[in-house]
Design a protein around this ligand. Structure first.
Ligand SMILES: *Cc1c(COP(=O)(O)O)cnc(C)c1O
Length: 400
C-alpha cells in the first residue's frame, strides 16, 4: 500500500471503493457536507493540531505504553505485546476520537454533543470531552445496556451528561443509534452528532480514523524502540472498527506485518447469536453508509449478540469492508467462551484486567502464538475491564 493511501481513501464523496458514502435524507446531507468542510479546513490548522496535541499529552496521559507480556509469551509461545489503550484517560481508546470530535465542535461554534452508546464507553468518553470543553451532552443508550453497564451510566450522570434510555426493539446499540440520529435531526445547527466508531455517513469514518491514528503512530515507534523491528502480527478487536483502524493505519504500508481484525463469534453461528459481520454478512446499507452487514430476510439489520456490548453491532466500518475485499487485513472471529478464558488469563498472568471487547483480540493472539511460536504479536488492548467485572463474575463465576 502506498503512502498515498490516506489521500486516496476515502474519495471526496466518502467512498472506500464501493463502501461508505452518505445514504441519508437531503437535509442531513447538507449538515454532513458542512461538517466535512469544517473538518477539512479546521483540522489542518496549526492551532487545532497543537491544541489536540496538548490535550493528548496533558489531559489524556498519552503516549500510552507498549508492554511485553513475559508470562503469557512463555506459556503460549510467540512474543506477545500490548498497546495499552486501557491506560488512556477513561479507560479505553474512545477518548482519542471524542476529544477530536469535541474540539471540532468547539471550533465550529456548536453548543451540544449528541451520541449513542453501547457498552457506555463512548458515552463516558464523550461526556468527558463535553465536560472538558463546557459543552452540553446527550447520550442515547438501550435499556438492556443501561442495566448491564450501570456504572458507566452513573459516570455519565456525574460528568453532567443527560442519558436518554432507548426502550424499543432489542434495546441495545442499534436502536440507540436510530434514536440519537433522530434527536440530532431535530437540531443539527447547534449540535454535533459524534459517532463512536469508524461508521456512519461520510465524513465520520474518515474523521474517527484520523483521530485514532495516534494509536498506531505511537505503537510503531514504541515497538521499534523496544525490539529494533516491526511486529510480525498486529491484532485488534472489531466492533465498528475504530481501535483497529487506529493501530492498523501505521502498519498498512509494511507488507511484512500481517493484520488481524477479530469479530465476536458470540454463542453460536447456528442460532444467529453472534456479531460476525465480516465472516457471515454481505454488503448492504445500514445507518447511512454501505458496509458488510448482517441482515434478516427483509433486509433489516439482524439482531446480534456478543458477550462484549461494545462489539454487538450488525455493521462494520466501510474501510474495513474494503480492506477485507482487498485481502489487506485478515478478519476472523473469537467466541464468548474463548473471550472469557482470555479475560481471566491476562488478569492472572500479567495483572491486567482487559475489557471484554479487547479480550477477543487477546484470545486470538494466544491462537496465533501457538501456531507461530517464533513470531511477535502486537495486540491493541483497546480498554480496561472494570466495567465488566460484575457481569463476568455474576454470569461465569471465577475460574478454579
Ligand atoms: C467500543 C469499544 C470497542 C469497539 O469499538 P471499535 O470501534 O471497534 O474499536 C472495543 N474495545 C473497547 C474497550 C470499547 O470500548
Amino acid at each position: 500500500m502506498s503512502k498515498n493511501y490516506f489521500k486516496t481513501y476515502p474519495d471526496k464523496d466518502g467512498f472506500f471503493k464501493e463502501y461508505g458514502g452518505a445514504f441519508i435524507p437531503p437535509h442531513l446531507e447538507v449538515e454532513m457536507k458542512k461538517i466535512n468542510e469544517a473538518y477539512y479546513s479546521i483540522s489542518k490548522s496549526h492551532k487545532f493540531i497543537s491544541e489536540l496535541r496538548s490535550i493528548r499529552k496533558h489531559f489524556q496521559g498519552r503516549p500510552t505504553p507498549v508492554f511485553h507480556c513475559n508470562r503469557l509469551s512463555n506459556k503460549y509461545g510467540g512474543q506477545i505485546y500490548l498497546k495499552r489503550e486501557d491506560l488512556n484517560h477513561t479507560g479505553a481508546h474512545k477518548l482519542n476520537h471524542c476529544m477530536g470530535e469535541a474540539l471540532l465542535a468547539k471550533y465550529m461554534g456548536k453548543k451540544k454533543l449528541i451520541a449513542e452508546t453501547g457498552a457506555g464507553q463512548h458515552g463516558v468518553a464523550l461526556a468527558t470531552a463535553a465536560a472538558y470543553f463546557g459543552l452540553k451532552c446527550e447520550i442515547h443508550m438501550g435499556e438492556v445496556d443501561i442495566a448491564k453497564e450501570f456504572p458507566n451510566v452513573q459516570r455519565m450522570n456525574i460528568l453532567g451528561a443527560t442519558v436518554i434510555p432507548v426502550t424499543h426493539g432489542l434495546k441495545t446499540l442499534k436502536e440507540a443509534v436510530d434514536s440519537a440520529f433522530e434527536a440530532y435531526l431535530k437540531d443539527p445547527i447547534t449540535t454535533l452528532y459524534c459517532i463512536g466508531s469508524v461508521v456512519g455517513p461520510h465524513p465520520f469514518p474518515m474523521m474517527v480514523r484520523d483521530f485514532q491514528r495516534v494509536v498506531g503512530i505511537e505503537a510503531k515507534e514504541q515497538f521499534f524502540e523496544m525490539t529494533g523491528e516491526l511486529p510480525d502480527n498486529v491484532v485488534a478487536c472489531i466492533g465498528g472498527g475504530s481501535n483497529a483502524m487506529g493501530i492498523f493505519s501505521a502498519f498498512m504500508e509494511h507488507e511484512e506485518c500481517t493484520l488481524y481484525g477479530i469479530e465476536p463469534a458470540g454463542k453460536s453461528f447456528k442460532t444467529g447469536e453472534h456479531a460476525a459481520t465480516m465472516t457471515l454478512g454481505k454488503p448492504g446499507v445500514i445507518h447511512g453508509f454501505k458496509c458488510y452487514t448482517l441482515q434478516d430476510d427483509e433486509g433489516n439489520p439482524a439482531p446480534v449478540h456478543s458477550v462484549a456490548s461494545g462489539l454487538d453491532y450488525p455493521g462494520v466500518g466501510p474501510e474495513h469492508s474494503m480492506l477485507k475485499d482487498l485481502k489487506k487485513v485478515t478478519y476472523d472471529s473469537i467466541n464468548d467462551k474463548e473471550t472469557i478464558d482470555a479475560f481471566f488469563e491476562l488478569s492472572r498472568l500479567e495483572g491486567i484486567i482487559p475489557a471484554l471487547e479487547s479480550a477477543h483480540a487477546v484470545a486470538y493472539a494466544f491462537k496465533l502464538a501457538k501456531k507461530n511460536p517464533k513470531q511477535s504479536i502486537l495486540v491493541n488492548l483497546s480498554g480496561r475491564g472494570d466495567k465488566d467485572l460484575d457481569y463476568v463474575v455474576d454470569t461465569f463465576g471465577l475460574p478454579d
